[in-house]
Design a protein around this ligand. Sequence first.
Ligand SMILES: [Zn+2]
Length: 212
Amino acid sequence: MIGIEMIIPFIRIIVTNLSGTLLKNIILSDIEIVPKSFIQQFIKTLTTLKAQYKSYKLGIIGIGFAFPNYNHKTGIIENIPNMQKWNQFPILQELEKCKLDIPFFIQSTVQAATMGKIHFGKANPFEQLVYISGTWGISASMYSNGNLISGQHGFAGRIGHSIIDVNGRQCICGNKGCLEEYASIRALFKKLYPGQSQQHKYIEEILKRVKK
Ligand SMILES: [Zn+2]
């Protein structure tokens, strides 16, 4: 199985077996992450992986995509302030056009992480769960009675641009004092590397420092 996660400013592609054991971990960090080049790069990588795992009995049986702010009710990536070129991009429709011949599934990054905790982590599938993801941005996901709660329009849990200080720091969304400006990896990045452009090496460095 292949899992693809878009975490600005890079893309992670993993291959696992059916038990969830990691077989391969690829980081694409030197590409411009815009929809057209992402799809081209993904098709190229998929072709390579299909050849590599051809000798496995079942080959590659499924693909899971995780995109920030993916709305499963519309199939569209919506309102990502630091990814303007992705706003309103109909990713489901565009991937369907690629005729991948392997079943695929798309979920928002935070909902995919929540289901990961249910299936592979310590979360109890029969209880309620609120999962808060703090990476480049901040988002939350709610799980109750065996279901993810997305709200009527698919926006539930998008807490990153909640204003916590009306006269606070300028946010990329245009407002001031958003939660993400204080508590995300982006906020740490801006403090640690002022003036630098987003690059994977800086994120790795921040994660290393957090682990220490
Ligand atoms: Zn904001």
